[in-house]
Design a binder for this molecule. Structure first.
Ligand SMILES: NC(=O)c1ccc[n+]([C@@H]2O[C@H](COP(=O)([O-])OP(=O)(O)OC[C@H]3O[C@@H](n4cnc5c(N)ncnc54)[C@H](OP(=O)(O)O)[C@@H]3O)[C@@H](O)[C@H]2O)c1
Length: 357
């Protein structure tokens, strides 16, 4: 079968490189064009980017000439789909221009909060995927934009979903310990981050609070109705390369024990395997539970299931809540929380007939 031709915008950055890694050898999509800023345009990809992955960069990709994102419309007929890993301020125009003609799957936040845009994570909110038809109808687009959530939101919503599906959620508190790669390349100066924790990430807390209730919201009459609970978070940057760790406290609508959570996760994993197990990027186990009292740890656990697992451990009763539990959660921010997670969303859109648009 001929594979769908894809362009990657922001291909030289942290998330863009992960799109390349996830797409190499993919059975449904092939890499047909690489785009970045004026800094990189005209250079060979291997010269333009600092390749971060231990996986080797194939010669064919290293030798590809990077093109200018601002000129993507000149080439757009060559592509079936656009994967975007652009900074959000740039993404608004470029992704909108492309979506008028082709499906755009994005790691950027530019369109996440618009009413007709699903923040699509199949295991969490597959029901919201048909929102893309509203974009086509109301905006007159032939394509659409489908962003993923913020990389910190990702671990939180996947780990909360089995609770929402069983007992229901009243309130959530979360403190993140986010990896350095979440800030892009080259990121923070090492003198700021080594031996240190930075207790502030611009706009991050508001994004997580909004996106959690949108993604876990219901879908009726073409609209997302946000989930009826509040989320409060503190986001920090720590000296870890990849993998965001979250300390989560959940107040539930009724009594809910750690054993109940284990049972709910087992059921959720079974459902995900049945519904999404045929997608090439899907993990076998959506949530991997760790029984050891000192796990999950980013260095040991972030690459489970090819970086697509949400790893949960330290599930305990919460003595400060009438009903509720607390736990620690880990999610790979550049894989599940960015490119590979978005690729799985594209695979799902293909499976349900929304791609090609
Ligand atoms: N890093 C993560 O863990 C993560 C996770 C989830 C979502 N995201 C989101 O993914 C997007 C990319 O993040 P990142 O971490 O990959 O950032 P990054 O490492 O800084 O990469 C940014 C990319 O965008 C390109 N770019 C910058 N300015 C541009 C312009 N004016 N026109 C065209 N291209 C431009 C850069 O090209 P040059 O190399 O040519 O400058 C580079 O390819 C952001 O929206 C971010 O919020 C990131």
């Amino acid at each position: 079968m001929a594979r769908f031709k894809s362009a990657i915008l922001g291909a030289t950055g942290v998330a863009g490189q992960q799109f390349i890694e996830a797409l190499l050898g993919h059975p449904w999509f092939e890499i047909s064009g690489l785009y970045a800023s004026e800094r990189s345009a005209g250079k060979k990809y291997g010269e333009a980017c600092t390749w971060r992955s231990p996986a080797p960069l194939p010669d064919a990709i290293a030798g590809t000439t990077v093109r200018l994102t601002d000129r993507i419309l000149d080439d757009i007929d060559q592509y079936d789909i656009i994967f975007s890993a652009l900074p959000s301020d740039v993404a608004k125009k470029s992704e909108g221009d492309c979506a008028a003609l082709k499906p755009v799957i994005s790691t950027a936040s530019a369109f996440r909060y618009e009413d007709d845009v699903p923040i699509l994570v199949p295991e969490v909110n597959a029901a919201q995927a048909p929102l893309v038809r509203r974009q086509q109808k109301e905006r007159g687009w032939k394509g659409y934009v489908v962003p993923g959530p913020n990389c910190t939101t990702m671990g939180l919503i996947v780990s909360l979903k089995p609770i929402q599906d069983t007992v229901g959620i009243k309130r959530v508190w979360m403190t993140s310990l986010q990896a350095l790669s979440g800030a892009g390349y080259p990121g923070h100066p090492v003198l700021d981050t080594h031996d240190n924790i930075i207790p502030f990430i611009s706009k991050e807390e508001g994004k997580v609070e909004l996106e959690t209730v949108k993604t876990l919201g219901s879908f009726a009459d073409g609209n997302v109705i946000p989930a009826p609970f509040k989320v409060s978070c503190t986001c920090t940057r720590v000296s870890v390369l990849d993998g965001h760790t979250l300390s989560v406290f959940v107040e539930t609508n009724a009594p809910f024990t750690p054993e109940d959570y284990l049972a709910a996760v087992a059921e959720f994993n079974k459902k995900c395997a049945a519904e999404f197990g045929d997608l090439p990027s899907a993990p076998k186990q959506t949530i991997v539970m760790k029984k050891e009292e000192n796990r999950p740890q980013p260095r040991l656990d972030r690459d489970l299931e090819g970086g697509m697992a949400t790893v949960v451990g330290r599930v305990r009763p919460d003595p400060a809540l009438d009903n509720g539990i607390k736990y620690v959660c880990l999610s790979h921010n550049t894989k599940k929380g960015a490119a590979k997670g978005e690729l799985m969303a594209a695979e799902y859109l293909h499976k349900i007939g929304l791609f090609p648009a």
